[in-house]
Write a protein that binds this ligand. Sequence first.
Ligand code: GUN
Length: 293
Amino acid sequence: MSIRLDGKATSNQIKAELEKEVSSIKKSGKRPPHLAAVLVGNDGASLTYVGSKVRSCEKIGYDSTLIRLDDTVTQQKLLDTIHKLNNDPGLDGFIVQLPLPKHIDEETVLHAINPDKDVDGFHPTNFGKMALGMETFIPATPFGIMELLRRYKLDISGKHAVVIGRSHIVGRPMSILLSEKGNPGNATVTLTHSRTKNLSEITQKADIVVSALGVPNFLTADMVKQDAVIIDVGITRVPDETHPKGYVIVGDVAYNEVKEKASYITPVPGGVGPMTIAMLLQNTMLAYKRNAS
Ligand code: GUN
C-alpha cells in the first residue's frame, strides 16, 4: 500500500500562503499581482486549464486577464498581442496556452515573450537559467512536482529517477531539476522517450518514476519496482458516456494496480495538475516582486 501524494491539498496550502501575502500587499495600499493568459481557439482541455488558472487568481486576490483569440488568428496578430502585454507596466506575467493552431510557429511565439514576464519559464533565457541552477521562472509542472517532493520530505538524493517523455514543458526540465544540487535533487536521472529501447527494464530499476507521456494507463505494476515513488503527469481525456461530461481524465499510470506496489503515488486527478496551477501563481508572485521593486 502506498501513500497518496495529495496535490490538491498541497496546492491549496500554497494558494493559502499566497493569499495571505496578497492580503498584506493590498493592506499596504499596493496593487496585487496581475497574471494574463492568452488562449487561441476553443480546444476543450485548454479552455478548462486556462479557466482554472483564472479562477485560482481570483480566489487568492490576484488580478487576472483572459485574452481569447480566434483559432484563425494570424501569427502576426498574436505577436502584436504579446508585444502589448510585454509593454504593459501593470501586468507582471502572462502565459500563452499551448498547444497553438498548426499555422502558428510555437517557437517564434514563445521567444517573443519578455523573459521578465515569462511565468511559464519557456523562454530560452529562463530555460537556460533554470539549467544553470540560477533563480528564474521554473516551468510550473516540473516545479510543482519538485515542490510536492519537498513538502512531503521525500529524499531523492542518490536515487535513480526515470523520466518518461522529453517534452520542453515537462520531461526535459524535470530531468534537469531532479539531478540539480539541492533538496529535493541530487538524483541520478535517466530521461527516456519514444526511441528508448526496453523501457520496462529501465523503469523496473527506478526508485522514482515521473511519467509525462500522455498514454492512459501506460505504466503498469509489472513495470515498477517495489516501493518506488510514482509521479503521474498524464491527463488524457478518455470518452466515457456514463460520465456527465462525456469523458473522464485518465493518467499515464494504472493507478489501482501500481498503488499496491509504490511507496508514494500521485492520483489523477488531484495530483500534479493542481500543483501546476499553484506554481504558476508562485511564479507570478516572483514576477510581481521583481516588477514592483
Ligand atoms: N499546455 C499544457 N501545459 C501548459 C503549461 O504549463 N503552460 C502553457 N502555457 N500551456 C500548457
